[in-house]
Ligand binder design. Structure first.
Ligand SMILES: [Mn+2]
Length: 319
C-alpha cells in the first residue's frame, strides 16, 4: 500500500499538509506544482488500497480523476474550499469541503486537528489573503503584534513562492519548502531557525515588485492600462500580484499585465477597476484559454497576434 500527498503549491496547500503530517507522520509521495497547476490528480497512478490525501485544489476541476482513483480502489481524503461540484457518494471518499468566503483549507484542517498546529493555520489564512480572519485568530491566540506580523509576512511569502508558469520559475519547489517546514511545530521557530529561507522569499518578493515598476505600457488611457513585462522568471512570478498592486494604486482603471511565455504568446492577468469590480472574467472568456472571476481573471495563452483583440475587448468592457 502506498501513500500519496497531493497539495496546491501555495501557502494554504503547504500549511494544510504540514499540520496533517505533524499530527500523523507518513512516508508519502509528494505531488504538487505551481499555484496555478490544479490538475494534480491527472497523472496519478494508484492501486487498490492506496491512500491519497488531496488538499486545496478544486474537486470540480478534478472530478474525472477523483472518480478514476476511487474506481481503482484508492482511499481518498479530500479537504478544500474551492468549487466542489457534485461530491461523489463513494465509500472510499472522505471529504471536508467548506466554500465559505472566510474558510481556507488549512483552517478546515486546523478544526479537524482541534487547533493543534494553530499558528500554521493562521499563517495559511494570511497567505490566502484572509487577513481579517487571520488577525482575529492571532489576537484570540494572544500573539504579540510582532509575532502576528511575522506570520503575515511568512504567509504572503509562502504564497508568493507558488507563482510562476512552471516550477523552474519559483524560488523553491513547493515540495522542498514543505520538507523544510515540516520539522517545526510552530512557524515562529521555522522563521528563527531557517531565516535564510524566510529572507530569500521576502526579499525575492520585494525585488520582483520593484522590477515590475519599470514595465512599459503598450496601451494606456484613464480607463485602461495594458503593461508588458519581459520574458524573465521574475516577470512570470510577479504578473498577478503586480496587477493587484496596480489595481490598488489606480482604482478607477482596468489593468492587463502581459508576460511572454514563449516567442509568440503571453500569459495575461486581468484586473477589473477596484471601484467597478466586474467584467474581468467576461473579457478573459472571449479567449480560448481565458477564465476567472468578475474582479480578477486571466488568459493562460494569448497569441501575439491577439493582443489588439484583447485591447478591443477591454475598451468594449470598460470605456
Ligand atoms: Mn486555498
Amino acid at each position: 500500500m502506498k501513500y500519496f500527498d497531493v497539495f496546491n503549491g501555495d501557502a494554504d496547500g503547504i500549511c494544510s499538509l504540514l499540520q496533517l503530517r505533524l499530527a500523523e507522520p507518513r512516508d508519502a509521495t509528494l505531488i504538487t506544482g505551481v499555484k496555478r497547476d490544479i490538475a494534480l490528480l491527472k497523472n496519478l497512478k494508484v492501486a487498490a488500497g492506496d491512500s491519497v490525501t488531496v488538499l486545496d485544489i478544486s474537486m470540480q476541476k478534478n472530478t474525472v480523476d477523483l472518480q478514476r482513483l476511487l474506481d481503482e480502489g484508492a482511499e481518498v481524503f479530500y479537504v478544500d474550499h474551492h468549487q466542489a461540484g457534485d461530491i461523489p457518494q463513494h465509500p472510499g471518499l472522505t471529504a471536508h469541503i467548506d466554500l465559505d468566503a472566510t474558510a481556507c483549507t488549512a483552517l478546515i484542517v486546523d478544526n479537524l486537528l482541534e487547533q493543534r498546529f494553530h499558528l500554521w493555520a493562521i499563517t495559511a489564512a494570511f497567505g490566502d489573503n484572509l487577513t481579517e480572519v487571520a488577525e482575529k485568530l492571532a489576537r484570540q491566540e494572544g500573539l504579540t503584534h510582532s509575532q502576528m506580523f511575522t506570520l503575515k509576512q511568512l504567509g504572503i511569502a509562502l504564497n508568493y513562492n507558488g507563482y510562476g508558469s512552471a516550477i523552474d520559475d519559483l524560488f523553491y519547489h513547493p515540495a522542498d519548502l514543505y520538507r523544510e517546514c515540516v520539522s517545526f511545530e510552530s512557524p515562529l521557530d521555522f522563521v528563527d531557525e531557517k531565516s535564510q529561507i524566510f529572507s530569500t522569499l521576502k526579499e525575492g518578493y520585494q525585488q520582483d515588485m520593484d522590477a515590475a515598476q519599470q514595465a512599459p505600457f503598450i496601451y494606456q488611457n484613464d480607463k485602461i492600462a495594458v503593461l508588458n513585462l519581459p520574458a524573465e522568471k521574475w516577470a512570470r512570478r510577479v504578473g498577478g500580484v503586480f496587477g493587484n498592486e496596480m489595481a490598488n494604486r489606480y482604482p478607477d482603471r482596468a489593468h492587463a499585465i502581459l508576460t511572454p511565455i514563449n516567442d509568440s504568446a503571453y500569459v495575461v492577468s486581468i484586473r477589473a477597476p477596484l471601484n467597478n469590480r466586474h467584467g474581468a472574467g467576461d473579457v478573459a472568456a472571449q479567449f480560448a484559454t481565458g477564465g476567472g472571476r468578475a474582479g480578477a481573471a486571466g488568459i493562460n495563452v494569448l497569441p501575439e497576434n491577439a493582443v489588439a483583440q484583447l485591447i478591443d475587448a477591454l475598451k468594449q468592457q470598460y470605456q
